[in-house]
Design a protein around this ligand. Structure first.
Ligand code: PMP
Length: 358
């Protein structure tokens, strides 16, 4: 059978080792029961939750001033949870718009406040982070929201942006666990789990403890950070399977090395792709070099017909899910931690051969 390399943006590929372990565990994880069937109140499950939190803290060096929560509803629910919990009566918050996901976060926030758009690269089709000199801040903003990596447009912040002293609130759904973080700048970081953390169905929230306890009274209980923190993320029945897979993925991630080593490999894979695309006049990536994502790379071929044929042949040869997001078309490579270097090298060989032929 051809080896399959899955370059999908999410739900994304899992490490092979994790998939095999799941297969092994399904029939009997605990006393003859599968992990899909056990109570989240069993001591074995509680122990799993503790290990997961500890592993996150180790991998990202999360300081004690932060609570680590696991919530329902994906990252999009956080678009609402963030203003509901963090406005603390303020009428506005700063939002930097660098692609589809940060634009959607701002739209959702409009239900709860009058979010202030610091800057937007929409008129440049989100091909670069707007220059910092053009940013306009709102002095009464409760926080500064941005999307660290725009999964659809392929734009990423390599360092935390200037927020004029306001706590940074960041959507790191597609690049969590790919680099060390300077927590001193952050109030809150969130990421749903279907990219570097396992399967869809859960959202990681790392929140400064001093920000808890100020939710708007009409905040749904399941979106209230303080209630979730007090219940050890077990306010209601969690997705036990997501949690279990997250446990396996974190164990695997720890085996890959520390976060600096993981960041180096991430950069190495991205460099291979961009170096190849930049040396070709057949493939093009529209993003300005300083804003390019290390994990999601949209690209185009000279014509839509060639793109269609590329995607078909790539799939036949085992390179899956390279189609671009429906809103922008073209093709896209996603390189999360589970994608081995070998997969990237083989994809580039395929792309080179396709270019020569056409
Ligand atoms: N933010 C970013 C950066 C994303 O990539 C995604 C999903 N691809 C979302 C938010 C939405 O996540 P979810 O589907 O888990 O709500």
């Amino acid at each position: 059978m051809t080896t399959i390399y899955n370059f999908g943006a999410g739900p994304a590929c899992l490490p092979q080792e994790v998939l095999l372990q799941i297969k092994d565990d399904i029939p009997n994880w605990y006393e003859g029961m599968s992990v899909l069937e056990i109570s989240h109140r069993l001591p074995i499950f509680m122990a799993l939750i503790d290990t997961i939190e500890q592993n996150f803290r180790t991998l990202l060096s999360i300081p004690d001033e932060f609570a680590v929560l696991f919530m329902h509803g994906g990252a999009r629910s956080q678009f609402a949870a963030v203003p509901l919990n963090l406005l603390k009566g303020a009428k506005t918050a700063d939002y930097l718009v660098t692609g589809m996901w940060s634009a959607l976060a701002l739209e959702e926030a409009k239900k709860y406040c009058q979010p202030h758009c610091v800057a937007s690269s929409q008129s440049q089709h989100y091909t670069a982070i707007p220059p910092e000199a053009s940013w306009v801040f709102e002095k009464d903003a409760a926080y500064f929201h941005y999307t660290d990596n725009e999964t659809v447009h392929g734009v990423e912040f390599l360092t935390a942006p200037n927020s004029k002293g306001k706590w940074l609130v960041s959507d790191m759904t597609s690049n969590i666990l790919t680099k060390p973080l300077d927590f001193s700048r952050y109030g809150l970081i969130y990421a749903s789990t279907q990219k570097n953390l396992g399967v869809a169905g859960m959202t990681l929230v790392i929140v400064r403890k001093t920000l808890l306890g100020h939710a708007h009274p009409f905040t749904p209980s399941t979106l209230n950070y303080e209630l979730v923190a007090h219940s050890n993320s077990l306010l209601n029945t969690p997705s036990v399977f997501c949690w279990y897979v997250l446990g396996l993925v974190l164990k695997w991630t720890l085996k890959q090395g520390n976060i600096e080593k993981i960041a180096n490999l991430c950069q190495q894979k991205a460099d291979l792709v961009y170096h190849f695309i930049d040396s070709s006049d057949f493939y093009t990536n529209p993003i300005s070099k300083e804003s390019r994502s290390r994990v999601n790379m949209p690209f185009h071929l000279p014509t839509p017909a060639l793109e269609e044929s590329f995607l078909k042949q790539a799939s036949e040869q085992g390179f899956k899910q390279l189609k671009g997001h429906k809103n922008i078309g073209g093709c896209r490579i996603s390189l999360y931690n589970a994608m081995p270097l070998l997969g990237v090298e083989k994809l580039i060989d395929f792309m080179r051969a396709f270019e020569r032929k056409h």
